[in-house]
Design a protein around this ligand. Sequence first.
Ligand code: COA
Length: 211
Amino acid sequence: MSLDLRNYRVESTLKSGNKVIVRAVRSEDAQRLAKYFQEMTPESRYLRFLGFRNSFTARELEYITHPNFLEHATIVATLADGRLDEEIVGEASYISAADGRNADCALSVLDGQRHQGVGALLLEHVVRLAEHWGVKQLSADVLGSNRVALEFLVRRGFRPLLVSCGIHRLFRPLSRVGGRHGAQHSPAPDASSWPELQRTEDEFSIASASV
Ligand SMILES: CC(C)(COP(=O)(O)OP(=O)(O)OC[C@H]1O[C@@H](n2cnc3c(N)ncnc32)[C@H](O)[C@@H]1OP(=O)(O)O)[C@@H](O)C(=O)NCCC(=O)NCCS
């Protein structure tokens, strides 16, 4: 039943007018993901994976491209510009804790494709998928020096939880009622009808995030 979301696919138009597809990762995406990883700058890889990485291992690619959505899932953003092969320009994933109430998420967008709303779109879809499975809280680990990502997340409802070894753990409570068992009987979220992404403006200052 958890395979309902394998065909998850939503096309969106960015503010620039460019069209982007956000969809569940597929088994045949291994090469595209490997290429994406190579196209990331070393700095972006470091920020995304919190350490030096040169490539995904074959085992990691196997894991990433075979999500069960309940415990782990990866979604990708690809350009919908008519080219023969889709190019992945962003990815986001979540891994659920054993109790199903908490999930860690992380995301990245290729440097040349940033500031168009791809990251925000990916995050919003991760939130919806996690809510669908009854996750009550999303967390994200971000290097303290990564002000861009910290501000990006705080502006989208994440709050600082703790800081350890220079890594900030932020969390965002989720609201929708869902559940591992209930979700099996409810339809997959109809992402095409979701409202346009709302940018969350609030008074929270990132300056206080290091508390
Ligand atoms: C964090 C990250 C994913 C954001 O991706 P992104 O695609 O640039 O994100 P968005 O475009 O949705 O939003 C970025 C900013 O651009 C702004 N923006 C969106 N569309 C825009 C446009 N057309 N023109 C100018 N700015 C725009 C957004 O308002 C946002 O600003 P804000 O966060 O101050 O509100 C990206 O910087 C990244 O990959 N970083 C490296 C990996 C990383 O740090 N991951 C975090 C670990 S979890």
